[in-house]
Design a protein around this ligand. Structure first.
Ligand code: HEM
Length: 188
């Protein structure tokens, strides 16, 4: 996973994300039939370069791929598994973030990134109301546990990463804000 400085530069602000990250200060708030459940968690997030992708001969995206494996602290079992891509479109500075989770739900979120000295901040959003930056889910999930919106704020400083994910659900006949936060340290 070691890139030359030149290769790193090609990924722009995304280069700061590359690595194997671990954190055990996670907190998940998820829906129950009545009320909510709060689960402390630990995770490993592996982010690797893919390279560049050219679309229709005119768009060039720089692409990373990631895998996020999340386990409950109480029993050590994996209770969330997420894969996807980070994209940077240099021509308009768009950041895109995709995710798929094994509940038959996928998201493509769009947003921005900015650097303030050594701190790099990302914000991406998707909504079921957007044509392009939206949510695809199975018919079952639309009927019973629909994802209506997604937003993530992520900040990096050196080898420390913090994120907040907010997933708007409609489940058990009500709206529910499903949230996940963690602080990670780069191990490799
Ligand atoms: C660290 C991140 C996450 C963790 C640890 C997590 C964990 C959980 C847990 C424990 C539940 C309740 C499951 C149950 O009661 O059977 C849940 C429900 C759900 N999550 Fe997540 N989640 C995460 C992120 C996401 C994201 C990013 C999305 C989609 C964008 C998502 C979509 C859903 C949906 C649709 C449900 C409702 C299914 C149900 O409760 O039956 N989650 N999640």
């Amino acid at each position: 996973m070691s890139l030359s400085n030149e290769e790193k530069a090609a990924f722009g602000i995304l280069a700061n994300l590359i690595g194997v990250w671990e954190g055990d200060k996670g907190l998940d708030v998820s829906p129950e039939k009545v009320g909510e459940e709060k689960s402390p968690y630990f995770e490993t997030l592996t982010i690797e370069p893919v390279g560049d992708a050219t679309n229709a001969g005119e768009q060039t995206l720089m692409v990373l791929t990631y895998k996020q494996i999340v386990s409950r602290i109480s029993d050590g079992k994996v209770f969330h598994h997420q894969i996807g891509y980070w994209y940077w479109d240099k021509s308009n500075n768009d950041i895109l973030y995709s995710l798929s989770i094994p509940r038959a739900v996928s998201v493509l979120a769009r947003g921005r990134a900015q650097s303030k000295g050594n701190r790099h901040e990302f914000n991406v959003q998707a909504s079921a109301h957007y044509k392009n930056y939206g949510i695809i889910e199975s018919a079952f999930m639309t009927a019973k546990a629909s994802t209506r919106g997604f937003e993530m704020d992520l900040a990096l400083e050196g080898d420390t990463m913090q994120y907040t994910m907010k997933t708007k659900l409609h489940i058990y006949g009500r709206d529910f804000l499903h949230t996940d936060i963690n602080t990670l340290t780069r191990k490799k």
